[in-house]
Design a protein around this ligand. Structure first.
Ligand code: NAD
Length: 451
């Protein structure tokens, strides 16, 4: 069965709406917060604001096309909104809502003073020229007006946006707000215009630090080190390609990587430099000399130690979670595992290091960039990476400690639980959400409900 058919069958049987998935994850976690008021839970769950824009763009051939963009501010309880901008044909308001809520929890797990937000424009950047992408960015950012700002909501890169896009975001905002330091309005900028050293690699590097800490703490029985681990990475963009390189540098064997066209496999380890060169020349890793072509489904089902989904949402679902043969899943992507798949993997003893922890390195260094911009400072790369490592290890420790503490309370009969076969233990996603929700709720209560 090809991947498209498999995915469409999964859609028939499983609710893959990202916002519903985010809500299910949230609901599973709040079961373990029996003392939290239902009104507060409701407030924390719902996005604070959704802005939708329809705007015309003159295309290269002189025709006019209307594009739809969204920006969702989920929460500003702990600070201004923070979240990437995605350019992808599947962008919907619900996807952006889900991604914005994950940003709230991610910033709280990482313990940085931001709330959660996200943005996206429904378009296929692969079919658009640089000029059209720049026009889209300028219309989108000018349309958002003061819904973004250095102390309001701060965008960053996400799928199919990059430092170049962030430079246009900054320039547009700066033209509209002259006479002040606007650098902190957006992060992930080019380094020579206020971007932070280390930001480009930060999502992958953070994932690496979190995985290393989780393994060292015994999260995966019998696997204590990245060195020697067999790794498969789905997605070969910012998060995936750099994660593959960092894991390989630490002594892991990268068995497989993939992109939208499919995957490549080599049992002795992929030559990542050749794969990257092939991708830049041919727009795909498929066909990299010396590798065997596999499908994305094959990659997800590979026998390996660590599986790193680093592409899009809902890749590990009810219909393929039984086939996963990794010992550990580390979510570099946002939302790659559905709630049904979470249950299956948990029951099979495969821990999942959740997105709100595993890929929080990107927003953490975005925070460092924001601080540097406000202070007109430039930290060297070693300083950035050192601070990132500290943050990632602390966040990982907080999540593992919460899992242990919650399980002890549940076993002692002191806490309400899910119903179902795995109800006496919580998974790492629920533990991470508990850390995050408690941190946001605590600040919400300290601030008080206005007025
Ligand atoms: P990117 O655009 O740089 O790369 C995306 C990659 O995924 C590309 O190689 C693309 O070919 C591949 N891909 C897309 N659909 C696929 C599919 N169906 N199967 C296999 N591969 C597929 O994007 P990115 O920034 O690396 O983001 C990837 C994931 O990481 C997203 O979920 C994003 O939200 C998340 N993330 C990114 C950052 C960041 O700083 N860039 C931070 C946190 C989380």
């Amino acid at each position: 069965m090809n991947q498209t058919v498999a995915t469409s069958r999964a859609k028939e049987t499983e609710d893959l709406n990202p916002f519903h998935i985010a809500a299910t994850q949230f609901d599973r976690a709040v079961v373990y917060l029996p003392r939290m008021q239902s009104g507060l839970i409701d407030f924390l769950k719902r996005p604070a604001k959704t802005v939708t824009l329809e705007f015309p763009i003159e295309m290269d051939d002189g025709s006019v096309r209307v594009f739809t963009g969204h920006r969702v501010l989920h929460s500003r309880v702990r600070g201004p909104g923070k979240g990437g901008i995605r350019y992808h044909s599947d962008v919907t308001a619900d996807e952006v809502r889900a991604l914005a809520s994950w940003m709230t929890w991610k910033c709280a797990v990482a313990d940085i003073p931001f709330g959660g937000a996200k943005g996206g424009v429904a378009c296929n950047p692969k079919e658009l020229s640089e000029t059209v992408l720049r026009r889209i960015t300028r219309r989108y950012i000018s349309g958002l007006g003061d819904n973004i700002g250095p102390y309001v909501d701060i965008p960053a890169p996400d799928v199919y946006t990059d430092a170049r896009t962030m430079a246009w975001v900054y320039d547009t905002y700066d033209v509209m707000h002259p006479g002040r330091n606007n650098l902190p309005v957006v992060t992930g900028k080019p380094v020579d215009m206020g971007g932070s050293l280390g930001r480009h690699e930060a999502t992958a590097r953070g994932c690496f630090f979190a995985v290393r800490q989780a393994l060292a703490r015994g999260a995966v029985p019998g696997l204590s080190d990245i060195k020697g681990a067999r790794v498969a990475v789905q997605g070969f963009g910012n998060a995936g390609a750099i994660a593959a390189t960092l894991f390989q540098e630490a002594g892991a064997r990268i068995l497989a990587v993939s992109d939208t066209q499919g995957g490549i496999f080599h049992d002795q380890g992929i030559d990542l430099t050749t794969a990257a060169w092939h991708k830049s020349e041919r727009k795909t890793v498929v066909g990299t000399p010396g590798t065997q072509t596999i499908s994305n489904n094959d990659l997800l089902a590979l026998e390996c130690d660590i599986l790193i989904p680093a592409a899009l949402e809902a890749q590990i679902r009810a219909d393929n979670a039984e086939k996963v043969r990794a010992r550990f899943v580390a979510e570099a992507a946002n939302g790659p595992t559905t709630p049904a798949a979470d249950r299956i993997l948990f029951a099979r003893g495969i821990p999942v290091l959740p997105d709100i922890l595993a890929n929080s390195g990107g927003v953490t260094v975005s925070y460092f960039e924001w601080v540097q911009n406000i202070e007109n400072e430039k930290w060297d790369e070693a300083e950035v990476n050192g601070k990132l490592r500290t943050k990632m290890e602390r966040a990982t420790d907080a999540v593992l400690d919460k899992q242990t503490a919650t399980n002890e309370l549940v076993r002692a009969g002191k806490l309400a639980t899910h119903t179902g076969p795995s109800s006496d233990r919580i998974d790492l996603r629920t533990a991470a959400l508990l850390v995050a929700i408690e941190r946001v709720a605590s600040v919400a209560l300290e601030r008080g409900i206005w007025p």
